[in-house]
Design a protein around this ligand. Structure first.
Ligand SMILES: [Zn+2]
Length: 419
């Protein structure tokens, strides 16, 4: 069984709000796919109940699923999407400039995945990857690879890193204080720590409950992230809000008392953030509406005898399908780019996964909705043939060849407005 926490993973206090905080019914682990050749490490459903710490307001899962189950065999690959590759390339350029990196500097990427981010730093840098999954085995030889969770028991490097990155990693760390203290111990005096996580207050405003999964132990706001880092003697320097994965925030930290002056007034930003964070009841209502809209649409298509497929077999999608009760009876199949998933099925909902572009339906429901503009471009032939693309979040959209420009533009605006 997963462990149930008694104390806040951030500040250690033992007082939580949980009565009115959002919860999903127990789910299968959303990062798995099932079928011949894909061994599923567990066939159990685990709780997905959120808590909010009454002390530091850090939103987190009540239960911790064993990280060995979550991360040793991993499906998500950063390089699979152009949007993600572009995002990581810009991040590498920005971090190089902010950290004033010079040839020979050491960069440590924690949760390096398939090495996409590190690939965008020039080869003259010394690159170190922490990656516990099978991706560690295929990283290029110029990268010093630690197939470990950070921090490992013994870290001995010939020189301190001037940049540590943790992109879409930090919200999965069981002991964030231990992580920050280790990062503090190894980072160069003038180095930077860059942490990027989902921006929970903005995702709450959208109703994006499909961000909640066993892998994400934390649902950070700018306020809760900064408070946690400050408690471990890091000082925030600057922040970027991006529409990645719906809404993300990226904060650069230096060691307390470091050489840089903060570029933004963090306390003022945090006060503003509190003002626009919706109450739990509003989020719960919005999440229910999102599920109802999609389910109603699918039932209508079923009555009409029009088969619907999914676009993308993703983690977010698996959360959504399980929460909304969408199964193989309601959708025919899921089209997917990643060939490792072809021939498999979604866990718990039994939807067969086929190669992208081979589906035969005239209606497709997008699962990784945050990639909508990229997906619409890829599906232009399908739209031209009279196909329809449906997207659940942040607002229910039905996209055809007649309205795609307007719908894609309004989607971008909605995300830009939120972030
Ligand atoms: Zn706390």
């Amino acid at each position: 069984m997963p462990k149930k926490i008694r104390n806040c993973r951030g500040c250690g206090r033992a007082v939580f709000f949980h009565e009115d905080v959002f919860k999903l019914e127990p789910q299968y682990i959303a990062t798995y796919f099932v079928g011949a050749g894909a061994e599923v490490p567990t066939w159990k459903r685990f709780p997905l109940q959120l808590l909010e710490c009454q002390g530091c307001h850090l939103v987190q899962l009540w239960h911790t699923v064993d990280r060995e189950l979550l991360f040793r065999d991993y499906w998500y690959r950063s390089s699979i999407s152009q949007t993600m590759r572009d995002h990581l390339q810009r991040l590498a350029e920005e971090a190089t400039e902010l950290a004033e990196l010079v040839p020979g500097d050491r960069i440590v990427d924690i949760g390096a995945n398939d090495g996409t981010l590190l690939s965008y730093f020039p080869p003259v840098m010394r690159k170190v990857a922490y990656e516990p999954s099978q991706f560690a085995l295929s990283l290029p030889p110029e990268i010093e690879v630690h197939r470990e969770f950070f921090p490992e028991a013994c870290m001995a490097w010939p020189g301190p890193p001037r940049l540590i990155t943790a992109i879409a990693t930090f919200y999965s760390v069981e002991e964030p204080q231990g992580f920050l203290k280790s990062a503090h111990a190894v980072l160069a005096q003038d180095g930077l720590l860059c942490i990027e996580v989902a921006d929970w207050p903005k995702l709450m405003r959208m109703g994006a409950f499909d961000t909640i999964c066993h892998e994400h132990l934390f649902y950070f706001s700018l306020g809760s992230l900064v408070e946690l880092a400050r408690s471990c003697h890091f000082e925030p320097i600057t922040v970027r809000f991006t529409p990645l994965n719906g809404a993300s925030l990226r904060v650069y930290f230096q060691l307390e008392g470091g050489p840089r002056s903060p570029e933004v007034d963090f306390d003022s930003l945090i006060s503003q953030e509190r003002l626009v964070t919706p109450p739990w009841s509003v989020f719960t209502g919005r999440a229910q509406t999102v599920c109802d809209e999609v389910l109603e649409f699918l039932l209508e298509k079923q009555v009409q005898g029009v088969p619907v497929s999914l676009l993308g077999a993703s983690t977010k999608g698996n959360v959504f399908l399980q929460a909304a009760g969408i199964h193989h009876g309601l959708v025919l199949e899921a089209e997917e780019r990643d060939q490792r998933k072809w021939g498999l099925k979604t866990l718990g909902t039994g939807i067969p996964i086929v190669p992208e572009g081979t589906g035969e339906t005239t209606v497709k429901l997008v699962m990784p909705w945050h990639f909508l503009p990229e997906i619409v471009e890829r599906e232009m032939d399908f739209l031209t043939r009279g196909g329809e693309i449906v997207c659940s979040l942040p607002t229910f959209r039905r996209i055809t060849i007649e309205n795609w420009k307007e719908k894609a533009a309004s989607f971008k605006l909605e995300l830009a407005h939120a972030s």
